[in-house]
Design a protein around this ligand. Structure first.
Ligand code: TXA
Ligand code: MG
Length: 349
């Protein structure tokens, strides 16, 4: 099977293609679509067989639960129950948007979708193409990121085609995503709300709405051995083919350390990649040097992270050195993904 692809923009959605993709989902098929975070691989969330197909297409372990996407506030009640007041408050403030909430599931949601759990992850994306597709599909779309398990999440339709082009029915191509990192996941099933996966919405922003919000100790970069609560955060995700090391410290020292290490590797004939920023681009000469974006614009760093990791795979580099990106708002989310890609290999200078 080769997926059909329909190109469109949020401003000019292709209504016919969206309806057709909605029919695909209603009849148990799989459709990839853009969201504001990353591309999703959608199937009907209330259909156990569709969820099984999603796991098979991604090559994903079936104990790693899927996120149920909705496009109407009132549809939350169909998939979740005993919804705490602060969860409603957060939904009111952040939906539609890059927020996923973990809640108690209803009978409507099959265990195939929740990986056997009694809780369900729910998200109401802001992307207009995603919303139209969810409604065309009947309101409930299970969607993990549309990558092969273990590869960086897709931020363009080309990434989806690369991984899944012959495994799914269709792809709605809405161009490059906005944010580039997956949604913030907040767990409401154990008292104080807890962030299970950092994203565009950070702890400080959530605390302004909810008061105290905890951070799952398992996702803090300093503690790679503590078990994260979200099953998906336990796998070594986002893994580039090359051996990636993150070099941290003051900019000048980082640059000179990366130059030194890259030089040593290249002297041995090893193909080296370097992830730098617009600010430091001219400091590097040898190797496959890629700027991820500008430190003065952290959103650009988040948007380009996964694409750059894929480019290095295509370039067949063997070793990658990356600067660290502890930026003010999304630094925690960016470093969480980068550290996972590096298998927590970091060097402090
Ligand atoms: O931004 C996003 O959230 C994207 C787009 C497509 O919406 N989706 C996405 O899905 O990132 P996925 O499957 O790649 O990641 C879902 C994460 C996994 O880490 C999974 O373990 C966790 O959510 N998760 C899902 N249901 C859960 C539950 N009931 N309890 C704890 N973690 C859960
Ligand atoms: Mg994923």
């Amino acid at each position: 099977m080769k997926a059909w692809v329909a190109r469109m923009t949020e401003e000019h959605p292709d209504e016919d293609a969206i309806q057709k993709a909605g029919e695909v989902l209603k009849s148990g098929g799989l459709a990839a679509f853009p969201t504001e975070t990353v591309y999703g691989l959608g199937g009907n969330a209330l259909d156990a067989a569709a969820s099984k197909k999603i796991y098979a297409a991604k090559g994903r372990p079936s104990d790693n639960p899927l996120i149920v996407h909705i496009a109407r506030m009132e549809d939350l009640e169909t998939v979740a129950r005993n919804i705490p007041e602060n969860a409603r408050k957060l939904a009111e403030a952040c939906w539609p948007g890059p927020l996923t909430m973990i809640l108690e599931k209803t009978e409507a949601v099959p265990y195939e979708t929740t990986g056997g759990l009694d809780t369900v992850a729910v998200r109401f994306p802001s992307n207009k193409i995603a919303q139209a597709l969810i409604l065309a599909a009947g309101g409930f779309v299970a969607a993990p990121s549309a990558n092969t398990s273990g590869r960086p999440s897709p931020t363009t339709a080309a990434h989806v085609i690369e991984d899944l082009g012959d495994k799914i029915d269709c792809i709605l191509d809405g161009g490059m995503v906005d944010i580039g990192l997956e949604s913030t996941i907040v767990d409401f099933t154990e008292g104080t709300p807890m962030i299970l996966r950092p994203g565009y919405l950070n702890q400080e922003m959530l605390e302004k709405i909810l008061g105290t919000v905890k951070m799952d100790p398992g996702i803090l970069a300093e503690q790679p051995n503590t078990r994260p609560k979200a099953p998906g955060m336990r796998y070594r995700h986002y893994a580039p083919k090359a051996d990636l090391t993150i070099v941290e410290g003051p900019e000048k020292e980082v640059v000179s350390k990366i130059r030194e290490l890259a030089g040593q590797q290249m002297a041995q004939g090893i193909r080296v990649g370097i992830i730098c920023t617009d600010e430091t681009r001219t400091e590097y000469s040898g190797g496959d040097v890629k700027s991820i974006g500008a430190r003065s614009d952290e959103a650009s760093i988040a948007r380009h992270l996964y694409g750059i990791l894929r480019e290095f795979d295509d370039d067949h580099v063997e070793v990658i050195y990356s600067e660290a990106f502890d930026t003010p708002k999304m630094g925690q989310a960016i470093m969480n993904r980068l550290l996972k890609a590096a298998g927590h290999k970091r060097l402090k200078v």
